[in-house]
Design a protein around this ligand. Structure first.
Ligand SMILES: Nc1ncnc2c1ncn2[C@@H]1O[C@H](COP(=O)(O)OP(=O)(O)OP(=O)(O)O)[C@@H](O)[C@H]1O
Length: 323
């Protein structure tokens, strides 16, 4: 299977059934009209609070969730199309997810060697035992876990959180991942080691790996990702080049996220500018801007109509009736 250059999501909607009666099912709309592109060698950060649909979108790209509508294309070929040529196994090798809790995805009774050998054998059954071992050692070295031979013989509990996340990254690389969907990969790690993981992933971009970097933290999005998309309850509200989105945020929700970032040397966060309100649950029947209930600049039409997309700069877009 050839390398993937681009994964494009267009107008993706994902509904989950959440109850209702026999004749009238109720659905939660976890993603609505999501369109984004992941490119080899680049990172796209998806930023938003809990429940904004970030993981749901990543799971759809990993083919764990099926979109209700919309398309996901890999170099132009639609992955939900029955004629899609790549097998599920090939695709799973090239597009891998890593998660917040690296310990959760590692079995405490097996060594790191076992954790890497198993997926390599599944995805490359023709390799000899020596070749499998060589690949394990090379990959552990690639992610900075040296001496690799010693690390390979360790059990997950003998590694720090940061080292475990490196093992998770190694496992993705070992089977030939070209895109990594990283779901809050540093949020459970000690602050002192977060930067090391971000730098490793940054380094991997130079080898052509593309990232979807899911985070609550817009400050790290700017540090690591070339492009940033801000999501609120299933909707992309602002997106584009990370510097532009984070330095000139235009959507009131992006402005709120930025205002919550503590400035260097200042302990207190700046005053948050938004109404206190419950994060709404969207359904297929919901109308208007999802942020209307919290927005200080809300207008009548915000409750009635979803704002159209406005292009602010070459690579900076917003969905807000103010523009
Ligand atoms: N399988 C499911 N069935 C029903 N609802 C779901 C399912 N998966 C996700 N949801 C709902 O979809 C919405 C989006 O969830 P999702 O996990 O994608 O958000 P998130 O932005 O990744 O949040 P977090 O940062 O907490 O991981 C939430 O309201 C969640 O409860």
């Amino acid at each position: 299977m050839s390398d993937i250059a681009e994964i494009t999501v267009e107008d993706m909607v994902i509904d989950f059934p959440v109850g209702g009666g026999l004749f009238r099912k109720q659905y939660l709309r976890a993603a609505n009209g999501v369109s984004l592109t992941l490119r080899a060698g680049e990172a796209l950060a998806i930023v938003g609070e809990s429940g904004s649909g970030k993981s749901t979108c990543a799971r759809a790209i990993a083919r764990i969730n099926m979109p209700t509508s919309g398309t996901i294309r890999v170099d132009g070929a639609e992955i939900t199309d029955p004629g899609f040529r790549q097998s599920q196994r090939d695709y799973a090798a090239k597009v891998q997810m890593i998660f917040q809790d690296p310990f959760g995805s590692l079995n405490p009774v097996h060594t790191i060697r076992h954790h890497l050998a198993r997926p390599i054998r599944i995805h490359a059954p023709k390799l000899s035992s020596t070749e499998v071992d060589e690949r394990i050692i090379a990959t552990l070295e690639r992610v900075g876990l040296s001496p690799a031979a010693q690390t390979a013989d360790k059990f997950p509990y003998e590694l720090s959180g940061g080292q475990r996340q490196r093992v998770a990254i190694a496992r993705a690389l070992a089977v030939g991942a070209r895109f990594i969907l990283a779901d809050e990969p540093i949020s459970m790690l000690d602050v002192s080691i977060r930067l090391g993981i971000l730098n490793l992933m940054d380094d991997m971009k130079r080898d052509g790996i593309g990232f979807m970097y899911i985070t609550h933290d817009i400050a790290t999005a700017r540090y690591f990702a070339e492009r940033t998309a801000v999501m609120y309850v299933g909707h992309m509200v602002e997106w584009g080049e990370s510097d532009s989105v984070t330095q000139s945020p235009r959507h009131p929700y992006t402005q709120l996220l930025i205002s919550a970032v503590p400035e260097a040397g200042i302990r207190k966060t700046r005053e948050r500018k938004a109404k206190k309100a419950e994060i709404p649950m969207r359904t297929p029947e919901s109308r208007g801007c999802p942020f209307a209930g919290r927005c200080l600049k809300v207008m009548d039409r915000c409750h009635a109509d979803m704002p159209p997309i406005t292009q602010l700069q070459e690579d900076h877009y917003v969905r807000c009736h103010l523009y």
